[in-house]
Design a protein around this ligand. Sequence first.
Ligand SMILES: C[S@@+](CC[C@H](N)C(=O)[O-])C[C@H]1O[C@@H](n2cnc3c(N)ncnc32)[C@H](O)[C@@H]1O
Length: 319
Amino acid sequence: MDIISQKVYQMYSKYPFPSPHVGGKRLAELADLLNMFCIEMEFDLSGRSVLDAGTGTGHRLIEAAAAHPDCRFLAIDFSEVSLGIARANALKRDIRNVEFLQCDIVESTSSLGVFDVVLVMGVLHHLSDPSRGLAHLVGNLSDNGILLLYVYGKIGAAERMRRKQMISMLVGERMDFDLGIDFVKELGFDSFEYGWNIGADDQLTLDSLIVDAYLHVNEHLYTFDDILDLLRSSGLVGFAIYGITSGTKGVLLDMDLCCPSMPKSEAIRRRYKALSVADKYRFADLFYKPNGYTIVAFKGGGLNQFDPSTRIQRNLVML
Ligand SMILES: C[S@@+](CC[C@H](N)C(=O)[O-])C[C@H]1O[C@@H](n2cnc3c(N)ncnc32)[C@H](O)[C@@H]1O
């Protein structure tokens, strides 16, 4: 394991994400995303195989597995501590359609096999080499498969980065997580943006969220153009941004509509319409200042199964 991966591994072993608490809050975000996707795209998930890469303590995946008892889920993570909590959570919820396995995404995932759906939610941006990790996971996607990805946004991260830098200056060179957690609480930084905002009702969960948001040892931040660069070298043929997170809100994007909440004249509408899809995304970056992107990406066969009139087709960028 490389040095950056070792640091990330040690961090999540001490502060498993999203919660070290077995039987804690039920987190429905992933189940909701899959449901929305299936309804909107008329995609039938029944009987499909799903890989969740970087499942953490499994709180989100377990709710997705509960909602789709006829799907087979494989959930991987390199942290045995997180996987232990995830297994205990699954047992407590009597979830029988998930298998948990230790695996380092940066090293290799080829032995895991091929899946209809690959989920990589909040993980790629913490890898020592996100392109390498993504290329591995694309190798696990069937030709008709669907990859769902959540990565951090750069433009919307400015305030969190400002706070993170202040904490880092106070903690100093040798990362002391416990001291950093105390400083975050003392400075009142423990209010969260989208993704961390799970309403922690116990101190250990709050500490894990604080570490992930303000003391993380490795994170990459993305703009639309950074996403384009990342996906270009991955073996995928096309992608669409399904939605973004902006502040504490989730927004579903439709690139045919010019930022619905922006006041606009006919002249602005006309000029917006003439932009390429990529430029519309660049415009949305500046308007919404995303702190995260949910991306749906495809290999060769994945695209043809969807109705050409869907929002995803309007949002599509070919690689
Ligand atoms: C922010 S958590 C996301 C957890 C979960 N996907 C969610 O959305 O709640 C990131 C997870 O990625 C895992 N991870 C980081 N680098 C990894 C690697 N190289 N191989 C496998 N898992 C990794 C960490 O252990 C951690 O559990």
